[in-house]
Write a protein of this length. Structure first.
Length: 562
């Protein structure tokens, strides 16, 4: 039976229709056009996967083009970070390009528009221009400079370019229609003066093109066939096409702008401006803080490229704005790590257990399975001794029948080891338990093949041997925001909803000795606790682990209920 053909998303259907209507397949070319004014986040990953995925599907080139038209906010650091993120996600671009590559061409085309009477220099300030544009229900008013002579416009535009005029003193506007229904068609600004150094062109330019002017013309220069944008640019499409009308030559590919819904994620903000606020006001440790929705933050937290790509595929491409449950993202990384991450033992809140009938000085190496979901994972040896540590919450002096962990006069199995029985406790002056004294069943070693080893007890807990335990710092992360939609409340700052307990640093954790050789980025399942990875700050003498995600799968449970 043949595999069912996967249905096309609406973007793929548009491309298929274009090909069926005569577009040569060799004319297909896509682009991913980030502005280098911040780090990419999980929303950008949707666009990356879409554009580069189309390139792979149709064997078509995909350009990486930086929309670097605002030197006031852009930095080389962001360029480098964006490139690193795309490569980490597993994609390759055909050409690395920049809108600044086309500054001269854009300027020359602007001159042509002035000469054709289709652009003019406006000396009004921004508030006057905004007021004259009118409203969606009232027409705009012409600028008093709209009919300025062409020669005067050319002379002023040259002064703008040469740096003779102050910022804000004038702009270049397209002359379209101040009564247009679409507000973007009411003489939009094409250039503004910015006397700031550009990270690539230095101080060569004093005027910089606006997004609407630069974007479509850059697509045209690169001969992009399909310019895919998020829905907020839908009303820009008419202007995109109008600008192309001024330069288009029929023998060349004319780019087509089409829009899809941006990725919104629950308990998250997706605005680079707001993410920058979190960084600058030190609510987080940086763009790559594991609580951030940035690709670099997710990478540091332990997410994999394939889990993010799978999440983007599952969430899909939509025509309407919607919010994706963050649990879906967590589901995909948990699902992957369940199959790939080695199982190890770590104790986050240790309390000592002394096995009183285990011979003093004796140590043995016990066999432990690395990952039951992976047939090739094999086994490792873990040391066992008379003194071990278990989780403090895994012991109670008294408990009801539903507590299947260790309690006085009851038995529990140690993972990969023996059955032990709690007999007594030692407490300090404050009444806190410092030691639990147990006895073990010598014949109950897990997997030894004896009848005693097959004996069933209702609980299994993890542990680490006292003499071989390795100290570690464990960073436990919760959601950064307490509210499902922190930036949707009118009159309230989104930062009011920050979770004050989004990070807990545990410095008393102990891990099994096999983790001594763990390297930065390695991922593990701490048995019964969740999935963790080795943090960038970790060293050989100071192991640091980040909690990636818990073991429980809330998204799958939600889906099951539907």
């Amino acid at each position: 039976m043949s595999e069912e053909k996967k249905s096309l998303n609406f973007i793929e259907q548009i491309i298929e229709d274009d090909l069926n209507n005569g577009m040569p397949k060799e004319n297909l070319r896509f682009r991913f056009p980030p502005e280098p004014n911040g780090y990419l986040h999980i929303g950008h990953a949707a666009s990356i996967c879409l554009n580069f995925g189309l390139g792979l599907k149709y064997n078509a080139p995909v350009n990486l083009r930086f929309d670097d038209t605002n030197p006031a906010k852009e930095e080389q650091e962001y360029v480098d970070a964006i490139k690193k993120d795309i490569e980490w996600l597993g994609f390759e671009w055909d050409k690395e390009l920049y809108s600044s590559d086309y500054f001269q061409q854009l300027y020359d085309w602007a001159l042509d528009m002035i000469k054709a009477g289709k652009a003019y220099v406006d000396e009004q300030n921004s508030s006057d221009i905004a007021e004259q544009k009118g409203t969606p229900t009232t027409v705009g008013k012409n600028s008093p400079y709209r009919d300025r002579p062409i020669e005067e416009n050319l002379a002023l535009f040259e002064k703008m370019k040469s740096g003779e005029l102050e910022e804000g003193s004038c702009v270049l506007r397209a002359k379209i229609d101040m009564s247009a229904t679409n507000m973007y068609m009411r003489d939009p600004v094409m250039y503004r003066i910015l006397n700031k150094s550009h990270h690539r062109t230095g101080n060569t330019w004093h005027i910089y093109p606006m997004y609407d002017w630069a974007h479509g013309e850059s697509d045209y220069v690169e001969q992009i066939s399909h310019s895919l944008c998020t829905l907020e640019f839908k009303h820009h499409r008419e202007l995109y096409d109008w600008f192309l009308d001024q330069i288009y030559q029929p023998q060349l590919v004319r780019p087509k702008q089409r829009e899809f819904a941006r990725r919104n994620l629950s308990y998250t903000v997706m605005s680079k401006r707001k993410l920058l606020e979190l960084v600058e006001e030190k609510f987080v440790a940086g763009w790559d803080d594991p609580r951030m929705p940035t690709i670099s933050g997710l990478r540091r937290r332990g997410y994999t490229p394939s889990s993010i790509r799978k999440f983007s595929e599952t969430a899909g491409i939509s025509k309407r704005d919607n919010v994706t449950d963050i649990a879906l993202l967590e589901f995909h990384i948990k699902n992957e790590l369940n199959k790939s991450a080695p199982r190890v033992m770590a104790v986050l809140d240790p309390v000592k257990v002394i096995i009183t009938n285990y011979p003093e000085g004796k140590e043995e190496l016990l066999k432990a399975e690395n990952n039951p979901e992976d047939d090739q994972a094999g086994y490792r040896e873990v040391p066992f001794s008379r003194e071990i540590y278990i989780e403090r919450e895994d012991f109670r002096e008294q408990a009801n029948k539903k507590f299947f962990r260790l309690k006085l006069d009851k038995e529990v199995r140690l993972k990969n080891a023996y059955i032990i029985k709690a007999n007594s406790v030692v407490k300090n002056e404050e009444g806190h338990i410092t030691e639990i004294h147990c006895t073990y069943d010598e014949d109950s070693l897990s997997g030894s093949g004896t009848e005693a080893s097959k004996r069933k007890v209702k609980g299994t807990i993890h542990w680490v041997a006292s003499s071989h335990a390795v100290p570690a710092e464990v960073r436990l992360y919760d959601r950064l925001f307490l509210d499902e939609a922190p930036d949707s409340h009118k009159g309230k700052d989104f930062k009011e909803f920050i979770n004050p307990n989004s990070l807990h640093i545990n410095t008393k954790a102990l891990v099994e000795p096999s983790l001594k050789t763990a390297e930065i980025g390695d991922r593990f399942q701490f048995q019964r606790l969740g999935y963790f990875n080795v943090d960038n700050d970790s060293t050989q003498n100071h192991l640091i682990f980040n909690k990636t995600v818990g073991l429980r799968d809330s998204w799958a449970k939600q889906e099951h209920k539907k």
